[in-house]
Design a protein around this ligand. Structure first.
Ligand code: NDP
Ligand code: OXD
Length: 313
């Protein structure tokens, strides 16, 4: 049986390894052969060019190369076929490492010691205890829950906020608009692991940061964003850092990426910048389950890890 072709459409990085791995079992093309290419049955995409998916008459499903799917849905012409997103232990492990690394760095005076080392200063501030610090995770999904488990194992108190009510062992959970303020008021280090949707756009603004707990064992509130840049307002973060609403921030994502060279965030003494690198999709781990899902779907089995188009994630 002709299984059709996989359209591999990405921008911003080389798809070579994805191509090699997908080609082991499927015919792969990097662009449709004409506007209504009937040979394409599946698409594997990251920030595909606009319109590239519209009008493919035999497209059965779209596979996102990332956990987030805002990069797909930004194109309004994306056809109404199922979208499968990444849910993967390797990705969750990478994100957990990033979150634990940044939480520990803020907790264990990373910024202070880096500054002291430059000046050859030998001075130790009083040590803090993890259980005196509450980390609040915005977004208790696949990645948020994995990070929560690791933080609990290290002794931190963990709060979690989600759209619907969630129950996670050891985590104090809050949900919806009504739960947001109490969640923030009980949080010292805010970790943002939300998807970017119409409902979450710009949510991390000055007003939200103001609600974080500042009189705490850290001596201020800390922001860590590894979700999406458009969840935050860069200028509001800068304002919050200037007036003490925020003590420090670790930012992996930004309103504009790559972060413009002119952004004051680059050189800010209280900000730790990484280039949207918290958890990078690894084709060695992600292509095999994609191929397995394509085969299963061709046999008539349902797809898993589907995006709710209405909710946007
Ligand atoms: P999931 O879809 O598994 O979880 C999303 C969580 O966010 C859920 O708990 C969901 O609530 C919650 N949520 C969504 N909308 C709202 C809302 N309006 N109000 C409150 N809570 C909301 O996603 P993942 O955990 O897999 O990934 C999270 C995000 O991380 C991705 O969307 C992506 O943007 C980002 N990411 C960033 C990477 C990086 O390298 N920086 C790498 C990978 C992902 P509910 O539980 O009720 O559905
Ligand atoms: C993702 C990402 O969404 O890498 O997976 O940002």
């Amino acid at each position: 049986m002709d299984k059709g072709k996989v359209l591999l459409s990405v921008s911003g990085f080389s798809p070579q390894r994805w191509h090699e791995l997908l080609s082991a079992r499927r015919d792969v093309v990097l662009a449709p052969q004409g506007p209504n290419d009937p040979s394409i049955t599946y698409a594997v995409v990251w920030k595909q060019p606009p319109n590239v998916l519209s009008g493919l008459p035999n497209l059965k499903a779209i596979f996102s190369i990332g956990a987030g799917v805002d990069h797909i849905l930004a194109d309004r012409t994306v056809p109404d076929v199922p979208i499968v997103r990444v849910v993967d232990e390797n990705l969750a492990q990478h994100m957990t490492e990033y979150v634990v690394w940044r939480v520990l760095d803020h907790h264990r005076f990373g910024g202070l010691y880096r500054a002291q080392q430059k000046k050859k200063i030998w001075r130790e501030p009083p040590q803090r205890t993890a259980s005196d610090i509450a980390v609040g995770i915005m977004g208790l999904g696949n990645l948020g829950r994995a990070a929560a488990r690791a933080l609990l194992a290290l002794g931190f108190r963990v709060n979690g906020w989600s759209r619907s009510e969630r129950s996670v062992d050891g985590v104090t959970t809050f949900a919806g608009n009504a739960g947001l303020r109490p969640f923030l008021n009980a949080t010292d280090i805010l970790v943002v692991l939300l998807p970017f949707t119409a409902a979450t756009k710009g949510i991390v603004d000055y007003g939200l940061l103001k609600e974080l707990r500042r009189r705490n064992a850290l001596g201020g509130a800390v922001l860590i964003n590894a979700g999406r840049g458009k969840l935050q307002k860069d200028d509001d973060i800068l304002r919050a850092l200037e007036d003490g609403t925020l003590k420090e921030a670790s930012l992996d994502v930004f309103e504009v990426e790559p972060l413009p060279k002119t952004s004051p965030l680059w050189g800010h003494a209280k900000v730790f910048v990484t280039p949207h690198a918290a958890a990078t999709s690894d084709p060695n781990f992600l292509v095999p389950p994609m191929l397995a899902q394509m085969d299963a779907h061709d046999r008539g089995e349902p797809l898993r890890e589907l995006v709710d188009r209405q909710a946007g994630y």
